[in-house]
Design a protein around this ligand. Structure first.
Ligand SMILES: C[S@@+](CC[C@H](N)C(=O)[O-])C[C@H]1O[C@@H](n2cnc3c(N)ncnc32)[C@H](O)[C@@H]1O
Length: 237
């Protein structure tokens, strides 16, 4: 399936996410409920385990989560020993940013930074601890859990393309040469992810995979998730 083959749905609209996080924020403030864990906590554990093996805390990596929602994945990294000041989450929904900051405070993880950013069009703010003057390709690891899937459900343009077709080159723009991109998707198979990301427009090459059990996404149960990691070519490759 190409990135433009999915039918648009409300999960591909900013309005949906703004409403969802407004509600999650109220639930957190009233009940302390941190909200939905997309694809289940096992997916978080597996992505964290992958990071521990390939981009360990001892290398003090800079890590960006694209569409970080309530921040669960970044909190998982924090709990596993990553330096919080090098962890950053971006989300285009302001409610998600407020929610993840509040949860961070309650978990003693306020050094993790979160900011509002549309990944398809804007470069994220780079935290002070990893800023390099004039450079945007500063990240050692980019993470995506469910965001590529959500963007693929956005309204198509007049040529029939989903907004998600612009996603892979944004990854390349932000990763440092040799850096990794780890994505978990429940809408695309491993082969589809590989053909969507390993193209002549990106400098990404397949690196490794994680096996997952089955989850529910967009009301469809039993769809299986896949996680694939890519590495950006170094200048000499
Ligand atoms: C399925 S949720 C996953 C949230 C989080 N990654 C997790 O696993 O809990 C998709 C997230 O992507 C965000 N999102 C969708 N399109 C985006 C875009 N263009 N730029 C930044 N964030 C976006 C949504 O606001 C939402 O938080």
């Amino acid at each position: 399936m190409s990135a433009s083959d999915l039918q648009p749905s409300k999960l591909g609209t900013k309005e949906h996410w703004d409403n969802a996080y407004q509600e999650e924020l109220e639930n957190f403030e009233e009940l302390g409920d941190e909200g939905e864990i997309w694809f289940g906590s096992e997916s978080v554990d597996k992505m964290v385990d992958w990071a521990l093996e390939h981009v360990p805390p001892s290398s003090n990596p800079s890590i960006l989560e694209v569409g970080s929602g309530n921040g669960t994945l970044l909190f998982g990294l924090f709990d596993s020993g990553y330096n919080p000041s090098t962890l950053h989450g971006i989300d285009y929904s302001p409610g998600a940013v407020t929610l993840s900051k509040e949860i961070a405070k309650s978990r003693g993880a306020s050094a993790i930074t979160f900011s509002e950013c549309n990944f398809l069009s804007d470069d994220p703010q780079t935290p002070q601890s990893i800023r390099r003057e004039g450079q945007v390709d500063v990240w050692d690891l980019l993470l995506d859990k469910g965001t590529y899937d959500a963007i693929a459900l956005g309204e198509k343009d007049e040529t029939g393309h989903s907004p998600v077709v612009g996603y892979p080159t944004r990854v390349t723009r932000l990763l440092r040469p040799g850096g990794y991109f780890l994505i978990t998707s429940c809408n695309f198979t491993e082969d589809e992810l590989q053909s969507n990301f390993e193209t002549e427009d990106t400098d990404l090459v397949y690196h490794s995979r994680i096996q997952h059990p089955t989850f529910t996404f967009g009301g469809k149960s039993g769809s299986s998730c896949s996680s694939v990691a890519f590495q950006k070519r170094t200048r000499t490759q």
